[in-house]
Design a protein around this ligand. Sequence first.
Ligand SMILES: [Zn+2]
Ligand SMILES: [Zn+2]
Length: 248
Amino acid sequence: MQISLEDAFRGVTKKIEVPRLETCPHCGGSGAEPGTKVETCPTCGGRGQVQQTVNTPFGQMAQVTVCPTCHGKGKVVKTPCRECKGQGRVRKQHSVDVKIPAGIDTGIRLRVSSQGEAGINGGPSGDLFLLIEVKPDRRFQRKGDDLNTSVDIKYPQAALGCEVKIETFDGFETLDIPAGTQPGSKLRIKGRGMPRLRGKGSGDMNILVKVTISKEPSAKERELLEQIAKEMKVTVKNKEGFFDKIKR
Ligand SMILES: [Zn+2]
Ligand SMILES: [Zn+2]
C-alpha cells in the first residue's frame, strides 16, 4: 500500500478489503445444495473413522484413521452446494479500517487481522500482510528518522547571518543562520524529523544551506560588489566582461 510521507509522519487510517471466510448463505454451512439430502457416509457408517489392518514387524495391527470418504465428518453430500462447492464456507471481501502507525517506513509489513487490527512483526495474529510503501515527498527527503531539506539564501545573508523560515510537517520554524555560513553547510532543527516507530521522540530536520548568486546584478548591486571586491583586494570583470586594473 502506498501512503504519503505526511501520512507516515502523522499516522493514518486506511480502508482495505480483507478476505474472510463466512458461513455460506446459500446452504447455511451444510455444504449441500438446498433441497438435496445429506447422507450418512457409507464408508465409515457415520463414525468419521475407519479401522485398517496394517502389517508391521510385530505382526498385523489395527490402525484407526480418518475416513477418506467423508474426511471425518461422518456425512456425505450427494449434491454439493453450487455457491461454496460443498465447503460450507465462502470467502467474502469486507472492508476494514487499518491504523497505520506514525513513523512507518517503506518495506515494513503490517499484519492485519480480519477485524482490521494491524500489528508490526509479531502483532496480533491475522490473515493478511500489508506491505507499506511511503511515496517520496516534494519538500523533504527521508533518511531513517531524519528529514532532509534545503534553503536558498543570498550571499549577504550567508556572510552577515540571517533568519529564515523552514517548512516542517508541524508548520514553519525559524532557523538562525550564523554569520559566515558557507555554501553547502548543514544546519539542524532538533526533533522536527519523523516520529520514531519504535521508541519515543522524533528524528531531526537537516537543512542544506544553498547560497545563491545574482545572475544579472542591478547597476547598484554591481557598483557595491565592485566596492566589496576592491575592499577584498580581488580582481573582477567589468560589465563588458574585461578585467579592470584594480589599484592595489
Ligand atoms: Zn454453500
Ligand atoms: Zn466416512
